[in-house]
Design a protein around this ligand. Structure first.
Ligand code: NAP
Length: 483
């Protein structure tokens, strides 16, 4: 990271509590590592229980005033945050690359996507809907309004450290809620930079707080027991999501859950092969495969299978892999050696279960890199087909009947994302038979702040972005008045 005069800049690595950057009560720190070479990027402050309590209390104290601020005033803070981060998108992208390892193009795209949530929710802050009507019996007027839900705990993963934070912070602030953000341990620096941008945009003290406890499990359990907390918005694995749903039940805390995916990608007979290959490449390789929306289970019609494998294989074999700090590298590192080894293990298991490695299948000696990989002869129901790979591995299953592809695609606990390539009308009709919260037709990416993001089945509850995202932080209130 460099400053305007070219000197190396030290990223913020502290807690943010009640409008102040602070070290944390214990003075302890943990290293944030660059996964491409294992070097330490920064030592981040550990938040103790007392620090987490202080953050929640600051959020509780700030809530009455912030929730009473005019929607226009809140909108303007968000708009300024959008402008600040737009001007500083390269710095934000560099922080993302340093701690997450992803390719420069992915990090730069994430910086823009993340920043757009501030612009979108600056616009939504002033458009919260309401209702006023006569009851059917004509005995009263029905007024429906929305109130900010209260102190919100926001928990984010490492794979999109900027966008997953802004997709929660922006609607929460727009709605009038106050927040405590807990980012993933691997990527706190990006979260700190975003929180700093919001502070510079003029958000009052206590409205946004940032904590990084040493052990998330016990710390979050404790936070959810705090009487001020009314909302938990979580993005992460289904496994942790399930645990948090149970914990939220104790105090009937409202939850929004953006959980894991296992996206099918269907190539129908008659699909434009080049379009399908390019779309599949993007759907798989964006973010190096570490996306909840990543195409995971490829179902390719028999008539196109061999050509598809050859063309996608050639494309993957030509990918340049390396540090995200060099923009020429198309795919960066995975977030950790642990994640790299998890991907390697899944590929080894797939081979043991009969899959064939057509391209790749190797991990780096140093750094958390895994080669773009194409597996053929993968069996539906095999371990890799049932797992969220979270790495650059395309696992191909062949099918013969369209109805068969639909039932194979729907045969999963996950229901976040699906992709269909084929004649447009047929693909849209088929999309409606897929049990997924989002379906991309003849394209490799769907994410847009203006569109509802979220899943069905065990991929989650609720939606982020769009006009629905702000409703997750509002409670409906009905007022009855004599007619
Ligand atoms: P994860 O292990 O579930 O962690 C996510 C967050 O939860 C991190 O901040 C983590 O903190 C925290 N956490 C872990 N254990 C916890 C516990 N027992 N109680 C409370 N918090 C806890 O997920 P990940 O590996 O970071 O992210 C990958 C997963 O996220 C994938 O399954 C992916 O599909 C999913 N994801 C979903 C979406 C979506 O929109 N549906 C978007 C992105 C990612 P620590 O880091 O400190 O452990």
């Amino acid at each position: 990271m460099t400053t305007a005069d070219g000197a190396p800049a030290v990223p913020i690595a502290d807690l943010f509590i009640d409008g102040k950057w602070c070290e944390g009560a214990t003075g302890e720190r943990f290293p944030v590592t660059d996964p491409s070479d294992g070097t330490t990027v920064a030592e981040f402050a550990v938040a103790s229980d007392a620090d987490c309590d202080a953050a929640l209390e600051a959020a509780a104290s700030a809530f009455p005033a912030w929730s009473a601020t005019s929607p226009r005033a809140r909108s303007e803070v968000l708009r300024r945050a959008f402008e600040i981060l737009t001007a500083e998108a390269d710095i934000l992208a560099e922080i993302i690359v340093r701690e997450n390892g992803k390719a420069w193009s992915d990090a730069r795209a994430e910086a823009t996507y993340a920043t757009e949530f501030f612009r979108w929710f600056a616009e939504e802050a002033v458009r919260v809907p309401g209702e006023y009507r006569l009851s059917p019996a004509a005995d009263k007027r029905i007024i429906v309004t929305h109130q900010p839900i209260g102190v919100s705990v926001l928990i984010t993963p490492w794979n999109f450290p900027a966008a997953m934070a802004t997709r929660k912070l922006a609607p929460a602030l727009a709605a009038g809620c106050t927040t405590v953000l807990k980012p993933a341990r691997e990527t706190p620096l990006t979260a700190a930079y975003i929180v700093d941008a919001i502070a510079r945009a003029g958000v009052p003290a206590g409205v946004v707080n940032l904590v990084t406890p040493k052990a998330s499990g016990p710390a979050v359990t404790r936070m959810l027991a705090h009487p001020a907390v009314r909302k938990l918005s979580f993005t992460g694995s289904t496994e942790v999501g399930r645990t948090l749903l149970k914990q939220a039940a104790d105090r009937v805390v409202s939850t929004s859950m953006e959980l894991g995916g296992n996206a099918p990608l269907i190539v129908l007979p008659g699909a434009d092969l080049d379009m399908a290959v390019e779309g599949a490449y993007i759907a798989k390789m964006r973010n190096g495969g570490s996306a909840c929306t990543s195409a995971n289970r490829f179902y390719v019609h028999d008539s196109l299978h061999d050509d598809f494998v050859e063309k996608l294989g050639n494309r993957l074999a030509a990918v340049v892999v390396g540090s995200g700090l060099d923009p020429a590298n198309e795919v960066g590192a995975l977030v950790s050696l642990y994640e790299r080894d998890k991907v390697a293990e899944l590929v080894d298991t797939a081979v043991g279960e009969g899959a064939r490695v057509a391209v790749g299948g190797t991990k780096s000696e140093t750094g958390a890199f895994y080669a773009p990989t194409l597996l053929t002869d993968v069996r539906h129901g095999s371990t890799i087909n049932r797992s969220e790979i979270f790495g650059p591995v395309s696992a191909i299953v062949r099918f013969t009947e369209v109805d068969e592809a639909v039932s194979l695609a729907n045969d999963s606990e996950a229901g976040l994302m699906a992709y269909v390539f084929g004649e447009e009308g047929q693909s849209i009709r088929l999309a409606q038979r897929l049990n997924a919260g989002m379906v991309a037709v003849n394209r490799g990416v769907v994410s847009d702040p203006a569109a509802p993001f979220g899943g069905t089945k065990q991929s989650g509850l609720g939606r982020e972005g769009s006009s629905e995202g702000i409703l997750e932080f509002l409670e409906t209130q009905y007022i009855a008045v004599d007619a």
